[in-house]
Design a protein around this ligand. Structure first.
Ligand code: AMP
Length: 119
């Protein structure tokens, strides 16, 4: 059996994290090395390694990541002021953890392009 990903261990509570949201399909927790005032990872509970490994049957699940992002934005009060969603894919995309995840970044103007540099 394939080894569990770091994020699967976090989802199962085997590794501590600061969870902000969880349902049957998705778990969201604070990034351990935040690049913005609010930096949250939104992760499907199903351990799909990368977007390139996603299949048509994953479409609704991956769409749900956006719904959860919207809920988090509303809770943080940034739904209208704005935020950034990033999905890194594979080595050239600088994806470190091989378990699809959406970065949610918010807190002031994030500037143009890529990850903001935290002030
Ligand atoms: P990526 O480069 O897109 O794969 O992003 C992986 C993210 O996971 C990075 O922003 C890391 O800071 C974050 N990360 C790594 N380990 C943990 C952890 N134990 N808890 C929360 N976030 C983590």
């Amino acid at each position: 059996m394939a080894e569990e990903t770091l994020f699967t261990k976090i989802i199962k509570g085997e590794i501590p994290s600061s969870k902000v949201y969880a349902d049957d399909l998705v778990t969201a927790f604070k990034d351990i090395a935040p690049k913005a005032q609010h930096h949250i990872l939104i992760v499907p509970n199903k351990p799909i390694p990368t977007v390139s490994d996603a299949e048509p049957c994953d479409e609704a699940l991956l769409g749900h990541l956006f719904t959860v992002a919207r809920k988090i934005a509303e809770e943080l009060g940034v739904a209208r002021s704005g935020y950034r969603l990033i999905v890194n894919v594979g080595p050239d995309g600088c994806q470190e953890v091989p378990h699809i995840h959406m970065h949610f970044l918010a807190g002031g103007n994030l500037g143009m392009g890529g990850f903001p540099v935290k002030k």
